[in-house]
Design a protein around this ligand. Structure first.
Ligand code: PLP
Length: 441
């Protein structure tokens, strides 16, 4: 038997925390107790500035009364109804609103409870779509190194995050990965890099040459890879992927779980980059992070092919979650979309972006900074590793928290995704605090 846990850790040990250094956390807990606007408060009542919009979830600000009221009203009216073979009014309204917001053609919406589930749903749609059209041999999915598509088996298999993969074995068969898009030639470039776009995208063509287009169902990428450190696609990259997919009948899936809902200054990254995928996954900001919800938007004819293939009374897509289109989540999402519209929040985010990117770029003069990049309100700073991979990054996270700043790190990369309601002064505060922390690590 192992030693029993020490008594001082006892209140914390029963919660096995996700993506967290649990043992370290028990020694130095970072517990957030309250939030409002762009701020959190810890359990000691100290104020913290949120520089990552929750976890890219909460761009409209913490504690939005409109969402809280909509959720409370929904709970009074209808707390839950079965998701299979029954519907709730809110989901149809929400799907219609999303269809109006999404790039033209992406107007069929399947709901899920998390980004990971939205990704699994999209991959299954892709496989079934080809199958019902007599191309069942199209089973392969092409992902990308340093991609992150959540933690379920399909998602981590097509993703390219080493830590996410190494513990869990082989994953989904028939998966191959293109190179990631973070190349040295584009270092310190804000916005889209000038170099490598078409050549990197031609990795997809190389996969086609190797495996045959008729074995490939889909290619999934984040337009900007978020979780592995804000890898902005070089110029021409997404356009080229689109061209190759169209030519070879491969479905292009954009995972916009982070990029969606104004993060790039446009409603979706597909709009910002002018490239429309065949499916688009979304989550996080869809409810301003208030209630778990996610969705995959599907090209109309892709859904239609699946509907047409089944008999009149058959379930066409053998897939769904107990909490698909949960009525409370739908209410939260409808209230969130209303806030986005009425507060013109995407435009507000877009207006803040130039100053934000300037502040990120200015960090170039810090001696330990080895790259800066960003697009819209997503930015990242790479730090020279010190004492082993990720150690310096983690030290930044801890010290920033002590200085009243919540930020996100991926290894030795510091990631920023400010709320769209952040003021210029708060941006200054964010980067002044970061500079002070960087001077100590
Ligand atoms: C691009 C992308 N896809 C999928 C996911 C998984 O979402 P979730 O954590 O809600 O399952 C994430 C989470 O950060 C993500 O960034």
């Amino acid at each position: 038997m192992n030693q029993p846990a020490s008594r001082s850790n006892e209140p914390l040990i029963h919660h096995w925390m996700p993506f967290t250094a649990n043992k370290q956390f028990h020694d130095a807990p970072r517990i957030i107790a309250r939030a409002e606007g762009v701020h959190y408060w810890n359990t000691a009542g100290e104020k913290l500035l949120d520089s990552v919009s929750g976890l890219y979830t909460t761009p409209a600000g913490h504690g939005r009364r409109e969402i809280r009221d909509a959720v409370a009203r929904q709970l009074e009216e209808l707390d839950y109804a079965p998701a299979f073979q029954f519907g709730v009014p809110g989901s149809f309204r929400l799907a219609t609103e999303l269809a109006q917001m999404l790039p033209a053609g992406l107007n069929r919406v399947f709901f899920a409870g998390s980004g990971s589930e939205a990704v699994e749903s999209a991959l299954k749609v892709a496989i079934q779509y080809h199958r019902v059209r007599g191309q069942g041999q199209r089973q392969r999915i092409i992902g990308r190194a340093r991609g992150y598509h959540g933690v379920n088996f399909g998602g981590w298999s097509v993703g390219g995050m080493v830590k996410n993969r190494e513990a869990f074995g082989l994953g989904l068969p028939g998966v191959a990965h293109m190179r990631h898009t973070h190349i040295p030639e584009n270092r310190f470039q804000m916005g889209q890099g000038e170099h490598g776009g078409v050549d990197l995208a031609d990795d997809l063509q190389r996969m086609i040459d190797l495996y045959g287009a008729d074995t490939i169902a889909a290619c999934i990428v984040e337009p900007i890879a978020g979780s592995t450190g804000v890898l902005v696609p070089p110029k021409g990259y997404l356009e080229r992927l689109r061209e190759i997919c169209t030519k070879h009948g491969i479905l292009l899936i954009f995972d916009e779980v982070i990029c969606g809902f104004g993060r790039t200054g446009a409603p979706f990254a597909a709009d910002a980059f002018g490239v429309v995928p065949d499916m688009l996954t979304m989550a996080k900001a869809i409810t301003n992070g208030n209630i778990p919800m996610a969705a995959v938007a599907v090209r109309e004819d892709v859904q239609q092919a699946i509907l047409d293939a089944a008999g009149p009374e058959a379930v066409e897509f053998f897939h769904g979650y107990t909490y698909s289109a949960h009525p409370v989540a739908c209410a939260a999402a409808l209230a969130t979309l209303k806030i986005f519209r009425e507060d013109d929040l995407f435009a507000r985010g877009a207006a803040l972006a130039p100053k934000f990117l300037e502040r990120i770029a200015a960090l170039r003069d810090v001696p330990i900074v080895i790259d800066t990049r960003g697009f819209g309100l997503l930015g990242a700073v790479d730090l020279a590793p010190e004492g082993g991979p990720g150690k310096r990054g983690f030290a930044v996270l801890r010290r920033a928290f002590e200085q009243g700043l919540v930020l996100r790190v991926a290894g030795d990369t510091v990631i920023f995704a400010p709320l769209f309601i952040t003021t210029d002064d708060q941006l200054d505060e964010m980067f002044d605090k970061l500079r002070k922390v960087l001077a100590t690590v």
